[in-house]
Every structure is written in structure tokens, then in C-alpha cells.
Design a protein around this ligand. Structure first.
Ligand code: GRG
Length: 309
């Protein structure tokens, strides 16, 4: 049964009904697929730790973006679901590692104790590693009715997104900038286009590749994704200031305490909102050629702007 009340209520009247229903249905499909993707096995401890974080909820935006783009480009949900699950495994791995004491050191994530708080740092590191490796295995072994050359392209994209050219690179620069409130806009953009944007772009582009999209479509969709990726992070920085721990499911107000450079610290809250809105408009402009079919991607972009967690 779809529990729509578990989703954050988007603001804006027109968006409420359709978007909420769409996201709730897609989320439910993803939750069921994730539950099936990782059965408990021996050694139970590591599978439990992996499942603890993978099945802890979250908005499931990354898999939903992958599924929505695949269907927009003429593919099916079934073609994209293994990749959608893999993207969530990779995202979850990055959250587990990000929360470790050696990284961002957080006690709460998705409204629950972080993985290392429950299983210890050693098992949490391994749970992240296990999810990362399994993501690649899962795409390669579970993707059906898709030409192998498209699957290889998706695997390559996933690898790049998590590599030093993606998440890892963004995280390293973020760590280097710790305690430095003089970080330039270029550096801040580098951190977030890599830490947050690279995986979001891979979600969108992978869905399109699986459906056999033309390179002109891939280019438009990449630009859509880059714009929503940056907007997502700006909103994340705003919510760190304006939302509560209950809303976010993780510690709020951390950026201010750590004197971290953020978009609001560079631009102020109001200008940050304006910038995020402009990025969402630019993202939606990339979808102009697809008419009504692109409604889910437009709605997701608007949701990213208006989310409250
Ligand atoms: C070990 C290969 C490897 C990489 C790890 C730790 C790390 C390198 C990178 C950090 C990446 C990171 C945590 C970026 C933040 C992205 C972000 C804004 C997460 C929050 O995403 P939401 O709001 O969360 O979609 P939910 O819980 O809804 O899924």
C-alpha cells in the first residue's frame, strides 16, 4: 500500500496532486525492488548492516529519476529497475561513508541512527564497500532485454560517477576546505557538481541510455540533470539552516556550526533561493521538445526546489 503521507508535502497547489501520487507510486515500486535486491545471507551481520541503510527510506529521488528518464525515452520500468536499485545502493554507500567519524561524523541519517552507530565503524565501512561492489554486479546480472553495449555504457557511467572524477573527488575537495570559510564559488561548485551532481546526472543519463536515446537527447538530459543537481545542493544548504532535525532526519544546522562555506553563506538565503529557482527553470527549459511526456521530470525538478527535507 502506498503511504503518501510519508512523502514531504510539496508546496504549490498545481503540483500537489499529480506529483505526490506519481512520486508515491514510483517510490513504492523502488522500495519493493530494493527489498528483493538484497536478501539476507551468510554472514548475516554484513547483510543486516547493508540492508539497514539501504532500506531506511529516503526520498528515492535517484532511482525515480532513472526510471522516469528511461520511460520518457521509450523504455520500460523493468529495463531500468536494476540500474535504479544500483544507483540507490551507491547513494546509500556514500551516505554511510559520509557519516563516519573520519568524514562528516553524524549520528543520524534518514531519521535513524547512522550505520556506524549501530554496527560499529568497521562494519559500516564494509557495508558501504559491499553495497558499492554489489551495485555493479546487480546492473550486470539483472538487467534484462537491453542490448549489452548499453549496459556496458551504464556500468562505465556508474564507475565514473563514484570515482575521483565524481563523488570521491568532490568529497576530497570538501574535506580540504573544512574550516575554511573563504572558499571561492568555483571551488564550492566543484565540490557539489562532483559530490552531488555527478550521481544525479548519471541517474538521468543511465535511464536514457538503457532506453536507447540518441546523443542529442542525452545532451539535453545531461544539461537538465546538471541544473537540477546544483539546485538540489543549494536547497540542501538552505534546508540545513531552515529545517529541523525531525524534518531532515539528520542533524540540522551543521554547516553553521562547522563554519562551512555554503551557497547561503556566499549569497545569503534569499539570493540562494533565486539561484535555485533559475536553475530549475533552466532545467525545465531543456525538456521543451518532449511536451507532456516530460511532465514527471518537470515535476521532479519542481519538487527539488520546493522540498522541505
Ligand atoms: C567510497 C566510492 C566512495 C565514495 C564515498 C563519502 C563520499 C565518497 C562522498 C559523499 C557524497 C555525499 C554524501 C554527498 C551528499 C549528497 C546529498 C545531498 C545527499 C542527500 O541526498 P537526499 O536528500 O537523501 O536525496 P535521501 O535520504 O532522501 O536519499
Amino acid at each position: 500500500m502506498v503511504k503518501t503521507d510519508e512523502l514531504p508535502a510539496p508546496k504549490g497547489e498545481a503540483a500537489v496532486f499529480n506529483l505526490k501520487t506519481y512520486l508515491a507510486e514510483q517510490k513504492q515500486l523502488v522500495e519493493e525492488a530494493l527489498e528483493r535486491s538484497l536478501p539476507l545471507a551468510y554472514p548475516e551481520k554484513i547483510y543486516e548492516a547493508m540492508r539497514y541503510s539501504l532500506l531506511a527510506g529516503g526520498k528515492r529521488l535517484r532511482p525515480i529519476l532513472c526510471l522516469s528518464t528511461c520511460t520518457l525515452m521509450g523504455g520500460t520500468v523493468a529495463m531500468a529497475m536494476p540500474t535504479a536499485c544500483a544507483l540507490e545502493m551507491i547513494h546509500t554507500m556514500s551516505l554511510i561513508h559520509d557519516d563516519l567519524p573520519a568524514m562528516d561524523n553524524d549520528d543520524y541519517r534518514r531519521g535513524k541512527l547512522t550505520n556506524h552507530k549501530v554496527y560499529g565503524e568497521d562494519v559500516a565501512i564494509l557495508a558501504g564497500d559491499g553495497l558499492l561492489a554489489y551495485a555493479f554486479e546487480y546492473v550486470a546480472t539483472e538487467t534484462k532485454n537491453v542490448p549489452p553495449q548499453r549496459i556496458v555504457q551504464v556500468v562505465a557511467r556508474l564507475g565514473r560517477a563514484v570515482s575521483a572524477a565524481g563523488l570521491v573527488g568532490g568529497q576530497v575537495v570538501d574535506l580540504e576546505c573544512e574550516g575554511n570559510s573563504e572558499v571561492s564559488l568555483d571551488t564550492l561548485n566543484y565540490i557539489h557538481t562532483h559530490k552531488t551532481g555527478a550521481l544525479l546526472e548519471t541517474c538521468v543519463v543511465s535511464g536514457a541510455i538503457l532506453a536507447g536515446a540518441e546523443s542529442s537527447d542525452l545532451e539535453k538530459l545531461s544539461r537538465y540533470a546538471q541544473n537540477i543537481g546544483l539546485a538540489f545542493q543549494i536547497v540542501d544548504d538552505i534546508l540545513d539552516i531552515t529545517a529541523t532535525q525531525e524534518q531532515l532526519g539528520k542533524t540540522a544546522g551543521k554547516d553553521l556550526v562547522a563554519k562551512k562555506a555554503t551557497y547561503p553563506s556566499l549569497w545569503g538565503l534569499e539570493s540562494s533561493k533565486v539561484q535555485a529557482k533559475q536553475l530549475i527553470e533552466a532545467a525545465n527549459a531543456e525538456l521543451a521538445d518532449y511536451g507532456k511526456k516530460a511532465e514527471p521530470l518537470r515535476a521532479i525538478a519542481n519538487f527539488i526546489m520546493n522540498r522541505d527535507r
